[in-house]
Design a protein around this ligand. Sequence first.
Ligand code: FES
Length: 123
Amino acid sequence: MPVSSQNHDVGQVDAFESGRPYVVCVAGRDVVLVRRGNEFFAIRDVCPHHGAKLSDGLLTGEVSASRPGEQPELLRKDEFLVCPWHGWKIDVRTGCSSLEPDCIRVRRYGVHIEGGRVLVALS
Ligand code: FES
């Protein structure tokens, strides 16, 4: 339901569990909405490679070790969507591919919380 020409109400905050992707329809576009604690992220539900639905992918993080041989740790948990077709990894915070962030990206939308409702902004 549109709240203004740009902000679209997609549901109650409590309707979205942290750590899993949701598809919401915003002005006729499929958008992936991800909640991570009290933060929400929204990106277009189309992979920039060959068009798979990113919402069908897995949410993951980054695995990193500070030195060779050290135990790696999981960083930025639930901030990346892995495309289900060929495995491209998209940062839901920025919409950028982790492989080539400067040239491969998905459209990102602003998300606001107002009165316990989640609003996605199209701009
Ligand atoms: S369609 Fe997403 S990686 Fe190929």
